[in-house]
Ligand binder design. Structure first.
Ligand code: FMN
Length: 369
């Protein structure tokens, strides 16, 4: 049914308009109690064996929505209704900003992929913090808050920008993510170098502790799939050294070569971050590398090209305690999270592992034994 809707309607529409339209429907449905209850009952199964403890939080399952879909925290209940057991809002920047000029979102249908150069369009951390403060959750989900740098702020002042967002948002975050990996803010990814990352993460950690003295807000960093292997290792070591809680791997890629892309060259060459099926292999590689390096000292979040329950299960076995997705949702529609969770529960039940926690990293451990 969604395949038909996608073919007849969304595929013919500008992708950003289609996103706004679909998101508005989801939010509307979530506001009508009877619709919400019905939709959640159908779309949001809670298989018992998927219950997850991570980052000091209890989640219905390891599966959630990656950052970028709900940039301004306007539709958390709607996404929970569709079965996402955590919703990472943002990226939020300290100041409001419009993002890049349109057109800035492109579907590569033949590749089950998307290229985006949205450029952190968002209402800014003060507005988003006020919205989160006023929020009365109707469905239980975990809320991650992903922060990034305001475009007009020079790289040299990046720390203060992230710290301002942390001050406003940390109290509303079940976990906080420092995003240094989006390709659409000039210079942002330079912050992944350990000399830049160390002071940044240190300052955000300190500010989160100052802003929320009664709770330790878990802090994660989100990295790009384009980092060289040594740089992945360096970020992993730094994260352990600084006592970070986790790493999210990965964001979108700027790579185009060697991915077997089949879409028209003009489309493939659009500037921006590529997500979906073509990023899957590298995202999985980065995750495996991280797990081999840090084991269970950090919570690893696997994201990038997750499309099926098999993909999600593969991430768990590779080392992911939590798994996220975005692009496949655009192609598969509202039943997607439900299918992933049901499939994941079935795979776990059929596996030799008694619990999900036991399965985390099992393949990577085996490969190293
Ligand atoms: C349209 C779009 C916007 C995105 N915006 C953000 C963002 O604001 N912050 C962020 O950390 N990641 C953002 N992402 C990256 C996703 O969170 C995710 O890391 C990436 O798309 C790989 O996962 P996927 O293949 O399941 O989409 C965005 C992705 C897409 C497709």
């Amino acid at each position: 049914m969604y395949a038909l809707l996608f073919r007849l309607l969304f595929r013919r529409m500008d992708p950003e308009r289609a996103h706004h339209l679909a998101f508005r429907w989801i939010r509307l449905a979530a506001r009508v109690p009877v619709l919400r209850t019905f939709a959640a009952a159908v779309l949001d199964p809670h298989p018992r064996n998927l219950r997850t403890e991570a980052l000091g939080l209890r989640l219905h399952s390891p599966f959630g929505l990656a950052a970028g879909f709900d940039k301004n925290a306007v539709g958390i209940d709607g996404m929970a209704m569709l079965g996402f057991d955590h919703v990472e809002i943002g990226t939020v920047t300290a100041e409001p900003q419009p993002g890049n000029p349109k057109k800035r979102l492109f579907r590569l249908v033949a590749d089950r992929a998307v290229i985006n150069r949205m450029g952190f369009n968002n209402e800014g951390s003060a507005a988003v913090a006020a919205r989160l403060a006023a929020r009365r959750p109707v469905l239980r989900t975990t809320v991650g808050v992903n922060i990034g740098k305001t475009k007009v702020v020079p790289e040299a002042e990046a720390v203060a920008d992230y710290v301002a967002s942390t001050r406003r948002l940390a109290a509303h975050a079940d976990y906080l993510v420092v995003n240094v990996s989006s390709p659409n803010t000039p210079g942002l990814r330079n912050l992944q170098a350990t000399e830049a990352l160390r002071p940044l993460l240190g300052a955000v950690r300190a500010e989160a502790d100052r802003a929320v003295p009664d709770r330790r807000v878990p802090l994660l960093v989100k990295i790009a799939p384009d980092l060289a292997d040594e740089d992945v290792d360096a970020v992993a070591d730094l994260a352990v050294e600084l006592g970070l809680d986790g790493i999210i791997a990965t964001n979108t890629t700027i790579a185009r070569e060697g991915l077997g892309l089949r879409s028209a060259p003009a489309l493939v060459q659009e500037t921006g971050g590529l997500s979906g099926a073509p990023v899957k292999a590298r995202s999985l590689d980065v995750l495996r590398r991280l797990y081999a390096r840090v084991g269970d000292r950090l919570v690893l979040v696997g994201v990038g090209g997750v499309d099926t329950a098999d993909d999600a299960w593969e991430r768990v076995l590779a080392g992911a305690t939590l798994v996220q997705g975005y692009t496949a949702f655009l192609y598969r529609g509202p039943f997607w999270a439900r299918g992933i969770k049901k499939g994941l529960a079935a795979r776990l039940a059929a596996s030799p592992y008694a619990t999900l926690a036991e399965a985390v990293g099992a393949d990577t451990r085996k490969a190293r034994a």
